[in-house]
Design a protein around this ligand. Structure first.
Ligand code: BGC
Length: 552
């Protein structure tokens, strides 16, 4: 939707554009940019300090999701935790009897991990509505509080019920913050910084996972309460979010949308460092006046186009391609099996023959590969195009999954305890994670936002976030029983999905790199198979369609 070089500057897609948030079109972007150059008063120390706070907020919002994805695998493999909540699992682990693939196969153990996403999915949808009604700051504050209370509940737990209730509360925090943080950042930061701050958000998810895995390695061996410290440390980003909300104002966009124009202008002047006071009677610089007018127009346009957004997405024939992508891309992303590794890495590596500590160390190595390859994605997405990256990442994942399945079968049948094969498995899983992190990881968030039109963008991103969290829950719940019954075949199961999703993407997805927003609809409608739904209607409306052959 955006020209290649514009896109680096745009509030980017990812989780970011999340439910209910409008991504600026290239047209609006260029209008605003010339103003932004004038507005940015970075020489002003106070403005820089404020920017520093935005960056911390960005980090914390991403951390909540990432930390949670990374922490539970280690915690639920730790002996003290198992002894307290799942004594049968612990005794089967200790006895060494039965299949190594079934040691952790306990529905409630899975539920504790995956329950977070059960509440995160609806919370992300609800967050869009709450952000419009009560403002971004209130929702962010609520997400920090929910996460804080949830953290206190899980870290102090002595019963499984308390654990699950705590995880459900954490899910509310994750759902709300995944939606509200990028929106807040995009709206409050100077235009020139928006893209970078949103990229920070995405990156910090992977850094959150990595941080949790590193802490698990250091903490889980501490007496009986190491797992409690690992879980309790989730309170740090939550507290920082709450502190940030106390110190930072609500966004000018949100204030305008709720009819508080005078306050919005005062906040804008304060944020840009171009006026001295916060009071509404301050005389504003011409730059702030100009930016305020642009914002106000943009909010009014957005409000009118967002009306009936969900309705349009689900009922209009020509929105059907977008609706399918918003459901299928996150669904396929989860069925790469990535979260089987993020959630249950230690259990997987123990099944492949590693000890407790070695398996935690392997997770840290994998976490660092995940972070590194996400950097790669930021660079490659605008260089190679989405479809090529989808393809390259899928081939990498497919090959590694196939070879891992073969090696695990070898360990099981002929080479039990072979450390070289175990090391090769870790190396291959690193390759798998790297393939995911530069392709399906970020692109399954980016592409749905690029395919949207003005009237369905917010609903589309809400649907994408919901679907992603829902299938994260499904994988979290289903993986351990699958590993128990399918053993090495579980890798082939995910490999099968990688083939299906690659065919789907290569055959039906138009390349969106370098395409302007207003051309995307024509591009989709000119391509197979979507043309049957929308071609005629668009041509009737005078929108030029671009013919694209199937399966290029
Ligand atoms: C996915 C998460 C996953 C993470 C791993 C994200 O794109 O949506 O489910 O845990 O990538 O880095």
């Amino acid at each position: 939707m955006l020209s290649g070089h514009d896109e680096k500057l745009v509030p980017p897609p990812f989780l970011a554009a999340a439910a209910g948030h409008e991504v600026l079109t290239s047209h609006k972007q260029s209008t605003i940019f010339s103003t932004a150059e004038v507005n940015l008063a970075l020489s002003n120390t106070t403005t820089v300090i404020r920017l520093f706070f935005y960056a911390i907020l960005a980090a914390c919002g991403g951390f909540l999701l990432g930390y949670d994805n990374g922490v539970m695998g280690g915690v639920s493999s730790s002996n003290a935790y198992l002894q307290l909540f799942f004594p049968e699992v612990m005794s089967s682990k200790m006895s060494g009897s039965g299949s190594v693939y079934c040691v952790y196969n306990d529905h409630i153990l899975s539920l504790v991990t995956s329950s977070l996403f059960l509440s995160a999915a609806p919370s992300a949808l609800l967050g869009g509505y709450l952000c419009n009604k009560h403002g971004r700051k209130a929702v962010l504050m609520a997400s920090g509080l929910a996460f804080l209370i949830g953290t206190a509940m899980v870290a102090s737990s002595f019963s499984v019920i308390q654990l699950v209730l705590g995880r459900l509360l954490l899910g509310v925090g994750v759902g709300l913050s995944t939606m509200a943080t990028p929106m807040y950042l995009t709206e409050i930061a100077p235009y020139k910084w928006r893209g970078r701050l949103n990229i920070c958000f995405q990156l910090f998810i992977t850094i959150g996972i990595f941080g949790a895995q590193g802490l698990n390695l250091g903490l889980l061996s501490i007496a009986d309460y190491g797992w409690r410290i690992s879980l309790a440390l989730g309170a740090v980003p939550a507290l920082l979010i709450i502190l940030g909300c106390i110190l930072l104002p609500d966004t000018p966009t949100s204030l305008i949308a709720r009819g508080q124009d005078a306050r919005a202008k005062a906040v804008l002047g304060y944020l840009r460092g171009t006026s001295q006071k916060k009071e509404a009677d301050t005389v504003f610089s011409s730059e702030v006046n100009e930016e305020f007018e642009i914002l106000k127009n943009s909010v009014e346009n957005t409000l009118s186009s967002q009306r009936g957004s969900f309705c349009a997405l689900f009922t209009r024939l020509r929105c059907r391609p977008h609706m399918f992508m918003c459901c299928l891309l996150p669904f396929f992303q989860q069925f790469t099996g990535i979260n089987a590794i993020m959630f249950f890495g230690p259990q997987l590596f123990q099944a492949a023959g590693q000890g407790d500590r070695a398996s935690l160390l392997s997770c840290v190595i994998i976490g660092s590969v995940n972070v590194g390859s996400t950097f790669l994605a930021l660079w490659l997405a605008d260089l190679c195009g989405r479809k090529r990256l989808f393809f390259a990442g899928a081939v990498q994942m497919l090959l590694t999954l196939g070879v891992v399945a073969g090696l695990i079968q070898l360990i099981k049948t002929q080479y039990a305890g072979n450390t070289r094969i175990a090391a090769a498995i870790i190396a291959l899983i690193c390759l798998f994670v790297s393939g995911f992190a530069y392709s399906w990881g970020p692109l399954a968030w980016l592409v749905p936002s690029e395919l949207a039109n003005e009237s369905t963008r917010s609903a589309g991103m809400g649907l994408t976030t919901f679907t992603n969290f829902f299938f994260t829950f499904v994988i979290g719940q289903a993986f351990l029983p699958m590993m128990c019954s399918m053993e090495w075949g579980v890798y082939l199961f995910f490999a099968g999905f990688v083939i299906i999703m690659s065919l789907y993407v290569q055959c039906t997805l138009p390349e969106t790199m370098g395409i302007a927003t207003e051309e995307v609809e024509g591009l989709i409608c000119g391509s197979w198979p979507w043309r049957m739904w929308c071609n005629e209607k668009l041509e009737d409306q005078g929108v030029e369609t671009i013919a694209v052959k199937p399966c290029v």
